[in-house]
Design a protein around this ligand. Structure first.
Ligand SMILES: Cc1cc2nc3c(=O)[nH]c(=O)nc-3n(C[C@H](O)[C@H](O)[C@H](O)COP(=O)(O)OP(=O)(O)OC[C@H]3O[C@@H](n4cnc5c(N)ncnc54)[C@H](O)[C@@H]3O)c2cc1C
Length: 172
């Protein structure tokens, strides 16, 4: 059996090691940091699964890959050894009064990126208070983007470590 070394154990390295181990390779994963992944970008990332919001500045290919990733993440989080927080309740974009012009620019770019379709739902203060009580009274309106999601990346990193160790990947 071939023995493969994966260098770097952020999300990419951990997923690569998992995929190779599932194909039957003996795998060693090396990272200069820790099992919990403090050195990995994922440790500080917001972990938003937000292809729609990012479509205002990302290329169509990146947006399409982001959309496909929604299904992949659902599958992945279901197969990890330990549970991780994963929601697909949508994203909410809010702005303070002085940033209102930026919000109009954002909506125009979003509409352009989505062939003139408006994929958002306008929420007013009462909607925001009902759905996100912690934001109540702070914003007069916002844009709700259905279907987007979020992970707890720190849990993902640890759960990947659990999963890799559970299938015999040598983690260094
Ligand atoms: C602030 C922030 C917010 C983000 N928000 C989002 C978001 O909302 N949604 C989203 O999808 N993405 C987000 N991202 C991007 C996402 O987190 C990264 O694209 C992803 O985590 C990159 O993973 P990676 O494994 O490719 O790289 P890294 O996480 O950088 O992993 C590289 C690993 O290699 C190790 N390493 C480096 N050099 C060596 C060496 N010489 N020897 C051994 N090990 C080494 C490091 O310790 C590290 O663990 C965000 C990123 C940041 C920084």
């Amino acid at each position: 059996m071939k023995h493969i070394a994966v260098l770097g154990g952020g999300l990419s390295g951990r997923f690569t090691a998992w995929g190779l181990a599932q194909q039957g390779f003996e795998v060693s994963l090396f990272d200069k940091g820790t099992r919990t992944g403090e050195q990995a970008a994922a440790y500080v990332a917001a972990a938003m699964l937000a292809p729609l919001a990012e479509s205002v500045e990302a290329t169509p290919l990146v947006v399409e890959l982001g959309r496909q990733s929604m299904d992949l993440w659902r599958d992945i989080t279901g197969r990890l050894k330990t549970p991780v927080f994963h929601q697909e309740n949508g994203s909410l974009i809010v702005w303070h009064g002085q940033d209102k012009p930026l919000s109009r620019d954002f909506q125009q770019r979003l509409s352009r990126a989505n062939q003139g379709q408006n994929p958002t739902v306008r929420w007013y203060a009462a909607d925001i208070a009902a759905h996100e009580p912690q934001l109540a009274g702070r914003f007069s309106d916002g844009l709700y983007l259905p279907g987007e999601g979020q992970l707890d990346n720190r849990q993902v990193l640890v759960s990947l470590a659990d999963t890799l160790e559970g299938i015999g990947v040598h983690c260094h």
